[in-house]
Write a protein that binds this ligand. Sequence first.
Ligand code: DQA
Length: 145
Amino acid sequence: MNRVLVLNGPNLGRLGTREPEIYGTASLADLTQQLTEDAPDWQIDVRQSDSEPELMSWLHEATDTKTPVIINPAAFTHYSYALRDAVAMLSSAGVPVIEVHISNPHAREEFRRDSVISPVATGVIAGFGFDSYRLALSFLVSRSK
Ligand code: DQA
């Protein structure tokens, strides 16, 4: 069975109530349901952590098991070189890793315009709400055929 890890960084566990005017009112449980409906024959493992080491350990796991990753690094996007190095390991192992964002960080505050992750990601999808994740999954599904 095809498998994907969907990793979410800090504060994304609060989706549903966190700044709904930016992030909407749907929760991570809703995201899991949507992705599972999109690709019923895939094992979709949605995880969230506020902790950088935990996210890194999941990226290491993905590298060891060659599991593709969809990652919303949240605020770590903008400054975590540790996460970037873990993403780079995955890409250099030839495993797709797609950076996604719910909002369009380029249309927001100046500090959100830089991503230290994008240069080592396979691709980036931002600004489409949960559809950013769905588009990333649809890329992985079509690539697996
Ligand atoms: C975000 C954008 C980041 O700038 C922010 O820190 C987040 C969420 C998004 O999905 O739009 O936490 O990654």
